[in-house]
Design a protein around this ligand. Sequence first.
Ligand SMILES: Nc1ncnc2c1ncn2[C@@H]1O[C@H](COP(=O)(O)OP(=O)(O)O)[C@@H](O)[C@H]1O
Ligand SMILES: [Mg+2]
Length: 211
Amino acid sequence: MYQQVKHLNEKKDEFIAMTTHELKTPVTSLRGFLQLLQMHTDSNDKNALFVERGIKQVDKLSMLINDLVEFSKLQAGNLGMHFEIFDMKVLVEDCLELYAASNSHPIKLHVSGSLEVHADRLRIEQVIDNLVSNAVKYSPEGGVVEIDLEGREHEVMVRVKDEGIGIDDKLMDKLFSQFFRAVEPGYNIPGLGMGLYITRKLLNVMVGALT
Ligand SMILES: Nc1ncnc2c1ncn2[C@@H]1O[C@H](COP(=O)(O)OP(=O)(O)O)[C@@H](O)[C@H]1O
Ligand SMILES: [Mg+2]
């Protein structure tokens, strides 16, 4: 029985890896063509709006595909880790630049203590981005996103708080599982339920590599 489940699970991962690979190329080129179209469309032209919406939708699609790519890498166990020493404040500020232009979701960063860590910078960026993008995505009506970085003796505590739809207490322990989504169907927020699973795995792999 265990062998059967294991085999099916491997098949599932293989399938995801294969389809993801096939999806990535056309979506990237579609975005390129839409951008070209945007350059050749007068911004007063009513079609400009359609092109802009097209790009937004393609970006949503890319976001989903990126989750799949990361998931596949994790499952295949090919995560090259590169450890270095860096300051979490600098890293988080870099991540937040992406959201700086957002009026609907102003971001407040609070820091305290020593924020120097020894970790894989890109992976930590991914972790922070997963948490912040969730905070923004699950606040469809907008609202402040607060990020708190607290340097402790041997760790940095990261807290992300938003004013969005919230999460039912009862579902808390499931949030980090594969494909789990707590969001009610009525909200229509895109996602695959992989981001937090990836987040937890990345942190576990990093801690494992250090100990
Ligand atoms: N900031 C948040 N506010 C409300 N719900 C959240 C938040 N972050 C995560 N969730 C819930 O946890 C689930 C898992 O998150 P995640 O793994 O990032 O998947 P995705 O965002 O692709 O659905 C989400 O589907 C959502 O229901
Ligand atoms: Mg997410």
